[in-house]
Design a protein around this ligand. Sequence first.
Ligand code: ZN
Ligand code: ZN
Length: 281
Amino acid sequence: MSLLGSHISSAGGLRRAIGRAEALGCEAMQIFTRNPLQWRGKNLTDAELDAFRRALLGSSITRVISHASYLINMAAEDSVRRMSVDAAICEIERCHQLGIDSVVIHPGSSKGGSRRDALSRLVESLDEILDRTRDTTVSVLLETMAGQGGTLGSSVDEIASVLDRQGWDRRLGICADLCHLFGAGLDIRTEGGYSRLVSSLAKHVGLERIGCWHMSDNKGTLGSSADRHAHIGEGEIGAVPFGMLVSDERFADIPAILETPKDGIGDEGNLALLRKLRGRP
Ligand SMILES: [Zn+2]
Ligand SMILES: [Zn+2]
């Protein structure tokens, strides 16, 4: 019985995302708090922060997730790592001010270099990020990736090894992306496949570390490393694991965020399908 939601546009001001999500009947939402393709975000004024916080409190949205900038590579070798650490810290502080409790970040990439070294740099970056934002309660959720190129975090095991090496900070968790896990080779198409995924999450990271699910089907085939988002049930995965997930009592308060295309049936159609699969309006 996850909290159903979607990635919502914050065009025209962050506060406007809340109205858009409510209009769709979302219980949770994910937003970019700034342009995700730029290093620096515009500072928010006190009035903007206040307006967002008040609108959120007065809304039916239970949980908000921020998705960090796509430029961040915590495993980079050079000045990019420094910029990434600083950008992640900025994002966490911004979430803290906005009353957002979690930020999803891509683990990073080895960019063709040694994967082992890249993973060490990622752990080092996480240490610094968590340490320098100790006075906040914002969680950092590492997203599972489809495994293109030298992308880190393409399996539950690899994310678990990062959490383990970091020392299991209370604020560190995982965003399990079903589209990416399938692209990376995890067969979740059947009830058994879904159960194996949840068992593996329970064994390696602990279910309480799952802070968010990303929901989209994949036009790419199993293990192709493809990350081609499709409407639920219209890709190679099919609707089965999505239905299992949204009706799974173990994830009652965890946001299940759609990242499906905005065309065709759009958010409305995908949310309607998930509600039907969940068996309650
Ligand atoms: Zn992402
Ligand atoms: Zn994706």
